[in-house]
Design a protein around this ligand. Structure first.
Ligand SMILES: NC(=O)c1ccc[n+]([C@@H]2O[C@H](COP(=O)([O-])OP(=O)(O)OC[C@H]3O[C@@H](n4cnc5c(N)ncnc54)[C@H](OP(=O)(O)O)[C@@H]3O)[C@@H](O)[C@H]2O)c1
Length: 238
């Protein structure tokens, strides 16, 4: 039985992954901004990646409950809110939207990994997964647009790759992965689904199954530098 921590585990892909690991008998802890701020539950922790104090508080609580984390999956991500949509052109770029994207998609992931370091290091073999996106690939950018989302995912990729080099020296037991889930039917993709070719939209359960497969196949006994893979295990150019 693994100790599994899912950041953003109360909806979308994160919820499907939490349900999948729970059904398999693992001990699953999820975080959400919808949970109580008082951290009264041992399975559901409040955490808002735009508030670093809440990340620290969640891990302070977690450390009283478990000795190690085997699987950390950070599903938190933002593309649009009620206040902004992804930019179609440079004219639409706004600093506060950018800051919000960076805080959730990139900086927040790194702060979670900072707090999780000790608990991951105590696992026999741990994996630290950040759900990234193909759109964060610089080489694969052929369409343009979506500046804040693209740039924040590219920043996430660089942050995790950099951390994996640091951890390779310190912790042979922690593998870092950046996974692209594929276009999945969630609130995040909802406004853009009508443009998709027939048959290209995955359900959250299909995505969760494929991501778990990639996590299992790419957790190595001696860790490697971070891998950036799609849901089928195909490497994505950085
Ligand atoms: N769906 C797709 O087609 C697709 C494609 C490529 C990549 N992705 C990536 O997949 C991941 C999961 O997205 P999804 O599709 O499942 O979308 P979703 O249903 O909208 O879920 C977004 C998740 O992010 C969390 N979140 C948002 N802002 C947060 C904040 N300030 N602090 C903490 N958590 C926050 C939400 O948690 P709360 O419960 O707190 O709201 C929620 O769990 C994201 O990283 C996304 O970029 C998705």
């Amino acid at each position: 039985m693994y100790n599994v921590l899912i950041i953003g585990g109360n909806q979308g892909i994160g919820l499907a992954m939490a349900e999948r690991y729970r059904t398999q008998g693992h001990h699953v802890i999820t975080t959400s901004r919808q949970f109580s701020k008082n951290q009264t539950s041992s399975q559901q922790l409040y955490c808002d990646l735009t508030h670093p104090d809440s990340i620290v508080a969640a891990f302070d609580h977690l450390q009283t409950e478990i000795t190690h984390i085997d699987v950390l999956i950070n599903c938190a991500g933002v593309l649009h809110t009620e206040n902004y949509q992804p930019e179609k052109s440079l004219k639409q770029v706004q600093a506060d939207n950018f800051q919000h994207n960076y805080q959730v998609n990139a900086i927040g992931h790194l702060l979670v990994l900072q707090q999780a370091e000790q608990l991951l290091s105590h696992s026999k073999q741990a994996v630290a997964v950040s759900i990234s996106a193909r759109i964060g690939s610089i080489e694969d950018n052929h369409l343009g647009g979506w500046y804040a989302y693209r740039m924040s995912k590219a920043a996430l990729n660089m942050g995790v790759k950099t951390l994996s080099i640091e951890w390779q020296r310190k912790y042979p037991n922690i593998q870092c992965l950046l996974l692209h889930p594929g276009t999945t039917d969630t609130a995040l993709s909802k406004p853009f689904q009508q443009r998709l070719p027939e048959g290209q939209l995955q359900t959250v359960d299909e995505t969760a199954e494929m991501l778990q497969q990639q996590i299992e196949q790419n957790t190595h006994t001696t860790n490697q530098e971070a891998l950036f893979l799609d849901y089928a295990g195909k490497p994505i150019p950085w």
